[in-house]
Design a protein around this ligand. Structure first.
Ligand SMILES: Cc1cc2nc3c(=O)[nH]c(=O)nc-3n(C[C@H](O)[C@H](O)[C@H](O)COP(=O)(O)OP(=O)(O)OC[C@H]3O[C@@H](n4cnc5c(N)ncnc54)[C@H](O)[C@@H]3O)c2cc1C
Length: 389
């Protein structure tokens, strides 16, 4: 399935494919059976290799020591990393390009650049009990205090907070000219007033947890705010766009591996004296899956290309929503079919199909549920018509 990548994008893709196949995939079952955890020396090796391969610097401008990779190249990497279960590919942190617009030189030095070398790790705290899909309605407040703000509120599902050094937290400004609008803040995890409420278990088996944190009147200085007062939603949208596109890429990678696994299995599994793959009902399931994977890849790579061509931001926003919606829904249909082809073997936790069956489900929920992506697409259509998307 050649999507017509140029040599540079192929080099990124091949490096990620080799890393996923040779270094990460062999550890999946061990992670699954040990609450997502790997031996520390293996974890350290994965992190070191990912950093050496340049994955943590892909979206970083060269002026800041980064690789300045095109979005297309980043999609090619994340597609390959999506072939891996148990979030073993989350072995590195990645600064995003928008951070270099949002942050002061001091913030880049303290919070952002150390992500590249793996010296520090971040986590994002946006969602709350009362506001998930409706991000605008968050209640966590940033109240003006001498030299900065006081942050109060509770954040849910803070992915990787158990491994992170600091939060990027989204809060509503309580007063001043921008009252009611949002800002993002860097907050060290060790600050007084930060309380771990609980760590709920989830369907997947990841070493990165999604805990709930309470912020009890936490003091932050003015220089911990990203950008100007009221810039929060703008930067959150930049974050959403990139994550949605990379979720689409990972879903394509997962779907490709699932189809390969099912084709190989059905070619060997004998039923009624012939290989399962000779059954036309099985062939139909594989054919539908391949067709949907092709569509998902074309949508995703074309959206990445649109970023690299510098197309209109509003159009890109809708294109990322289309890519995430289609690829995540397709990957969920594909894993369901593939599990069916595997029969009971597909229901065993030692089989990647079973793990993907649980892990892919959240791609229809996080970074905006499928219904929210549909709303974004419909609003873009209503406002700007098909030509404006
Ligand atoms: C494992 C996991 C990790 C996460 N990590 C993070 C993280 O690191 N940081 C962070 O800030 N958040 C994180 N989230 C939160 C995630 O982004 C939210 O779960 C998501 O935005 C949906 O919000 P919600 O769960 O509150 O669902 P709700 O907002 O309660 O929505 C429930 C359902 O209602 C439907 N729905 C919602 N709005 C509409 C609408 N307008 N029209 C029609 N139907 C609608 C959708 O089907 C949706 O699934 C994580 C969530 C999970 C499950």
């Amino acid at each position: 399935m050649d999507i017509g990548l140029d040599d540079k994008a192929k080099a990124w893709r091949d490096a990620a494919a080799k890393f996923a196949t040779e270094e990460l995939i062999p550890w999946e079952t061990e992670a699954e059976l040990n609450e997502g955890k790997l031996p520390p020396e293996v974890k350290a090796r994965h992190k070191k290799l990912a950093i050496e391969l340049g994955f943590s610097a892909m979206d970083v401008p060269t002026a800041h020591g980064g690789r300045d990779a095109r979005v297309l190249e980043q999609v090619a990497v994340w597609e390959q990393l999506g072939r891996v279960t148990n979030a073993l590919c989350w072995c590195f942190s990645e600064p995003h390009r928008w951070m270099f617009e949002a942050c002061t030189p001091e913030q880049l030095e303290r919070y952002v650049l150390p992500l590249i070398s793996g010296k520090r790790k971040e986590c994002y705290a946006i969602t709350e009990s009362g506001s998930g899909s409706d991000v605008e309605s968050i209640q966590t407040s940033a109240r003006r205090a001498s030299g900065g703000y006081r942050i109060s509120g509770e954040k849910w599902y803070v992915t990787s907070a158990n491994h992170a050094d600091y939060f990027i937290l989204q809060a509503r400004l309580a007063e001043g000219p921008h009252a009611g609008s949002h800002s993002l803040f860097f907050i060290e995890k060790s600050e007084p007033g930060i309380e771990l409420v609980r760590t709920p278990p989830f369907s997947h088996t990841f070493s990165d947890h999604h805990p709930i944190y309470r912020f009890n009147d936490v003091a932050v200085r003015e220089n911990q705010r990203l950008g100007q007062e009221g810039d929060g939603m703008r930067y959150a949208h930049s974050w959403f766009r990139r994550e949605r596109l990379m979720i689409a890429a990972r879903c394509c990678g997962a779907a490709a591996r699932l189809i390969e696994e099912a084709t190989q299995f059905a070619g060997q599994r004998m039923i009624g004296g012939e290989p399962l793959i000779e059954r036309q009902m099985v062939q139909a399931m594989l054919a539908d899956s391949v067709t949907e994977l092709w569509a998902a890849r074309l949508i995703t790579y074309e959206a990445a290309g649109a970023h690299d061509r510098g197309e209109d931001l509003k159009s890109l926003h809708a294109r990322c929503a289309i890519a995430k919606l289609y690829a995540s829904e397709a990957a969920n249909r594909i894993v369901d079919r593939v599990l069916q082809i595997f029969g009971g073997r597909g229901y065993m936790r030692e089989n990647c199909v079973e793990r993907f069956f649980r892990e892919l489900r959240v791609d229809r929920i996080w970074e905006g549920a499928s219904e929210v992506q549909r709303l974004i697409i419909a609003r873009a259509l209503i406002k700007r018509g098909l030509e404006g998307m």
